[in-house]
Design a protein around this ligand. Structure first.
Ligand code: ADP
Ligand code: MG
Length: 623
């Protein structure tokens, strides 16, 4: 008796459907993409019970002709690819003609559709393998699809669904991401009869971000827009000070399609390295526009992941764009005092001097003289009696830097021999950002006051010293701390990672490691720096190897950075320490001449500047 038989159609449909439709959110994603492809200007998404019982998508796109409706639900039915020559577009856009067939295979679907040129529309119902013939009906232009009882015929799948809340959240995320990628389409999203958001379709990216993620988030972003090497990276990324406790708001769009990509996350996080607090993550809405033939979106059945043919080039482009944005945004903060006239108008403060004797005739008392310098607390100057929003405007005094180096190849970077690290951004002979820095004194035993030309500079000595030491530790030769391991630690790595390590043995040695590559895919660490003794060396080796493979600027593992932070913090001078002027002078020069040193390793600012011009304006020497 034959033991091999072809699966019955209903079963093979279910298997195929399972690849595309994993959960309610996958239905929403596919149907939203169809509505967008249909040229809709308005799209409404409505769900109940996390999409498990009810999902409805209404669009005002091109609609379908009556005779096309049943065909659209057949597997491999698509209007988007005509012939084999179009196969390229399958690879680039991911049209596979599978979504409607897959949804109908596992749910009860009702479709209403009408093309603008037709007088009447069509209604159609399909559930699993059962469908009724399409019927004429009256309906608005566009398409409405209602999906009920998802996985009604696949109990095993139903069991795998999470709570109604988490399925609803997953849908929410998809709708948010897609709405953001199409600011020109007005989206309305309703969850259990409540409107979650409603974008206006104005075409303004920031306006959709505001609608979807809220005012506070939108207010903390910096604009990104740089084109390198045929790759344009644009959108918004959060200012380093506002990094978040998780990665949930890292949004990447490659050729407007929302994607996940380890390479893009790496590029993003490298750009923010050491600009934010430990354990925080940058957030962004970044669009990467590039030649479609340089990527493959079809490695994932739901097209959520991309693969780049030249990953490193994309990482460089994203990294560079973000660094550019940070430079333009100002990693150095210049204090601009409010334009408002404090000494006039209704906002006059209460007098502070109290009359000494009772009952004298009221004397007009002068308002207290306010100091021209705002009080600084955690980097944000506070000015008395000035409304919050207008308090201070930050301005970046540096010219636009166009010559930022891309992330270096996975080769050994030069380890500086100087006493202090040189500025990383400086290539050739560029003018120093603050020439002739001269320390003029110290304030509150913590702030170095210095002058450079017409700029007054205030430096937090602890934060600054901490960062200087941290940079030195990362760049310095750790070879001197090397210690042979009693039991060599063995780690399994990918061939690419091993290759990257072999190309960088000199760098690894300077970091204090010795490896044996004889037994691949295992790599044996024979020696490591003595101060890593308490850390998990396996994990460090894996991360260092992977970072080398990705071509990161600093291949150190996060754990190492955390440790360097700690060492730097412990050994840095502190507030109230007594420091001689020459010592402060050296520190001030280190800070002013290295544009890397603008934040302490925890992300707090290291310095502020105030221009002579600003000061003169305050004293009414200028108007
Ligand atoms: P694909 O999108 O890969 O072509 P689908 O199964 O998602 O495959 O859709 C099949 C076809 O049905 C599409 O090619 C399109 O012609 C039509 N279609 C699906 N949804 C809509 C819609 N909302 N408006 C108009 N046409 C649609
Ligand atoms: Mg589709």
């Amino acid at each position: 008796m034959a033991v091999i038989s072809v699966l019955d159609k209903a079963v093979s449909e279910l298997i195929a459907a399972g690849e595309v439709i994993e959960r309610p959110a996958s239905v929403i994603k596919e149907l939203l993409e169809n509505a967008i492809d249909a040229g809709a200007k308005h799209i409404t998404v409505e769900i109940k019970d996390g999409g498990t019982s009810f999902m409805r998508i209404v669009d005002d796109g091109c609609g379908m002709a009556a005779e096309d409706v049943p065909t659209a639900f057949l597997r491999h039915a698509t209007s988007k690819i005509q012939e084999k020559a179009d196969l390229d577009s399958i690879l680039t856009f991911g049209f596979r003609g599978e979504a409607l067939a897959s949804v109908a295979a596992v749910a009860r679907v009702t479709l209403l559709t009408k093309r603008p040129q037709d007088a009447l529309g069509t209604s159609y119902e399909i559930a699993g393998t059962e469908f009724s013939p399409p019927e004429e009906c009256g309906c608005p232009d566009g398409t409405t699809i209602v999906v009920k009882d998802l996985f009604f015929n696949v109990p095993a799948r139903r069991k795998f669904m999470k709570s109604v809340t988490s399925e609803g959240n997953a849908i929410s995320q998809i709708v948010q991401k897609i709405a953001i990628s199409h600011p020109e389409i007005a989206f309305r999203f309703l969850r259990d009869n409540k409107v979650c958001f409603h974008s206006d379709g104005s075409g303004e990216l920031l306006s959709v971000i505001h609608t979807v993620y809220g005012r506070e988030f939108a207010g903390r972003l910096m604009r990104v827009d740089t084109e390198t090497d045929d790759i344009r990276v644009w959108g918004y990324a959060v200012k380093p000070l506002y990094c978040r406790p998780n990665r949930s708001l890292q949004n990447f769009y490659v050729n407007t399609r929302s994607v996940r990509s380890r390479a893009l996350t790496t590029a993003l996080e490298s750009a923010y390295e050491n600009l934010h607090m430990v354990g925080k993550f940058p957030a962004c809405v970044l669009f990467i526009d590039m030649q479609p033939d340089a990527l493959d979106v079809n490695i994932h059945p739901a097209k959520a992941e991309v693969r780049f043919s030249d990953e490193k080039r994309v990482i460089d482009a994203v990294f560079f764009a973000l660094k550019n944005a940070m430079v333009a945004e100002g990693l150095i903060y210049e204090i601009r005092l409010p334009q408002k006239d404090w000494h006039a108008g209704a906002a006059e403060p209460e007098p502070v001097q109290q009359p000494l004797l009772p009952e004298p005739p009221p004397i007009p008392v002068r308002p207290p003289v306010r100091e021209p310098l705002p009080e600084m607390a955690f980097g944000v100057p506070k000015c008395p009696n000035v409304p919050q929003e207008e308090e201070v405007q930050w301005q970046h005094p540096m010219p636009e830097v166009t010559g930022l180096p891309p992330m270096p190849e996975t080769s050994v970077p030069e380890i500086p021999r100087q006493e202090l690290p040189p500025p990383a951004v400086q290539e050739e002979k560029q003018p120093l950002p603050f020439p002739d820095v001269k320390v003029i004194g110290e304030l509150f035993a913590n702030y170095i006051l210095a002058q450079s030309g017409e700029t007054f500079i205030i430096i937090d000595k602890h934060a600054a010293h901490e960062r200087v030491i941290f940079e030195r530790l990362r760049k310095e030769n750790c070879q001197q701390y090397r210690q042979m391991l009693l039991t060599p630690c063995q780690v399994m790595l990918t061939m690419e990672e091993i290759g990257a390590m072999e190309e960088n043995t000199a760098l690894l040695e300077r970091l204090g490691f010795i490896f044996d590559f004889e037994n691949r895919p295992y790599v044996k660490a024979l020696a490591a720096p003595v101060f890593f003794a308490e850390l998990d060396i396996d994990e460090i080796v894996q991360e260092v190897a992977h970072n080398l493979y990705l071509g990161k600027v600093n291949p150190q593992a996060h754990m190492l950075d955390d440790m360097f932070h700690e060492m730097a913090c412990k050994s840095a001078i502190r507030a109230n320490d007594k420091n001689a002027l020459p010592e402060l002078q050296t520190l001030a020069e280190c800070v002013c001449h290295d544009e890397n040193i603008r934040h302490c390793p925890h992300g707090r600012p290291v310095m502020f500047t105030l221009s002579k011009y600003e000061l003169e304006k305050q004293f009414r020497r200028r108007v």
